[in-house]
Design a protein around this ligand. Structure first.
Ligand SMILES: *Cc1c(COP(=O)(O)O)cnc(C)c1O
Length: 387
């Protein structure tokens, strides 16, 4: 059997894969089994921050592989400690818990909020409020956090203690706070899976003020938006927010599984010995990959991300067949005249790999994609979208 047949036979059918087998790549170019080349405008869903097999990143990861590939969390390892320091220095946060995915990073955030509220508000103050149309992960708890009913239906009962409000609806939050059962609010600054929808900055500001006035934790899910994706290290920095907890994953380690939950000074001591753990969390190889990514996300580099984002936007905005372009930085959603799946299939045929998010075409190229490839990809997208 070939790869597709084996996969069909033996891998759970949870992904509707395209009939395309990727065998190799370099930077923002990938090759399929027949040797056809594609411009990668998805970077593994915002994961391969510096593209495929980036030399500096491979070097950092390989060096650590030859030293020690894993140690239990009973002992210290340098990459984990240094990465935590770097994340705290760059954000002003105080402590980090490492895990292996975005869902786990959010699970940790929920545990922090619940324990913090039990100790600082009241034992039954446990509700986490999230936004409608949000996405926070696939575990039973992060599904409960996810504000989209269709994810919930087949998996009841989910973890209790979650409520959802429409973005902008502070009155709804106010009502939920009656009885003092709300511990925290968890938001995405740009809803990714929800269709690349940025949060209204005025609402974000009001929400933070509300959280402060009611003594609620403000937690930001930066799993997709984080690590330079939007042109700042984290998207909350565009919004002038001061979150108590930040979760991140996807692009953090540049292609290795790693999640991180950043804690502000206010909550840094909430989790103590035995409260949480992860066998692989803070794995030294993943941490070495993340350190290499973070080291390169300098202010200069982030400025280049913003410039590339502006270029890509200008090439697509107002093009015939493209109704709107939403998003922030190199995280863009296109509403197109043709249905998104048709556009994506057309682009694939012409050598450009795009993603979808709800009814939109979603673009999440590597942060270091060369301008020339961006222009070529935009040209293909434009011509496929043209009525
Ligand atoms: C992808 C994503 C998650 C889930 O991350 P996994 O690594 O798949 O568990 C959570 N939140 C947001 C905003 C995401 O985009």
């Amino acid at each position: 059997m070939n790869t597709m047949e084996l996969d069909q036979a033996y891998v759970a059918h949870t992904y509707k894969r395209f009939p395309l087998e990727i065998v190799s790549g370099s930077g923002s170019l990938v090759k399929d089994a027949a040797g056809k080349e594609y411009i990668d405008m998805g970077s593994g869903i915002a994961v391969t921050s510096f593209g495929i097999a980036d030399e500096a990143w491979v070097g950092a990861v390989e060096e650590q592989l030859h030293r020690v590939q894993h140690m239990s969390n009973l002992y210290y390892t340098a990459p984990c400690a240094r990465l935590a320091e770097a994340l705290c220095r760059r954000t002003g946060m105080s402590r980090v818990f490492f895990s292996n995915s975005g869902a786990e990073a959010n699970e940790c955030a929920v545990k922090i909020a619940r324990k913090w509220a039990a100790e600082n508000k009241s034992p039954d103050c446990s509700v986490i409020v999230t936004l409608r149309n949000s996405f926070h992960g696939r575990t039973l708890t992060t599904l409960a956090a996810t504000g989209q009913d269709h994810f919930h239906q087949l998996f009841q009962p989910l973890t209790p203690g979650f409520a959802h409000i429409a973005p902008g609806d502070l009155d709804a939050l106010e009502s939920l706070c009656e009885g003092d059962k709300v511990a925290a609010v968890l938001i995405e600054c740009v809803q990714g899976e929800g269709g690349v929808v940025p949060l209204d900055p005025a609402f974000a500001q009001k929400l933070e003020a509300f959280c402060r006035s009611r003594n609620l934790l403000l937690m930001v899910d930066e799993v997709q938006t984080g690590n330079g994706r939007t042109g700042k290290l984290y998207a909350y920095m565009h919004y002038g927010l001061h979150p108590d907890v930040v979760s991140t994953a996807k692009g953090l380690a540049g292609g290795l599984p790693m999640g991180a939950t950043l804690m502000s000074d206010r909550v840094k001591d909430v989790l103590s010995y035995g409260d949480h753990g992860s066998t692989f969390g803070g794995n030294p190889v993943c941490a070495a990959g993340a350190l290499s990514v973070l080291d390169r996300l300098t202010e200069d580099f982030l400025q280049q991300v913003s410039e590339k984002a502006a270029l890509l936007r200008s090439l697509l905005e107002g093009a015939p067949g493209i109704q709107s372009v939403t998003g922030l930085g190199l995280m863009l959603g296109l509403k197109t005249d043709r249905p998104a799946p048709e556009v994506i299939a057309g682009c694939m045929e012409r050598g450009v790999l795009c993603l979808s998010a709800k009814d939109k075409v979603r673009l999440l190229p590597a942060l270091n994609i060369p301008e020339e490839l961006l222009r070529r990809a935009a040209e293909v997208i434009r011509s496929v979208c043209k009525p």
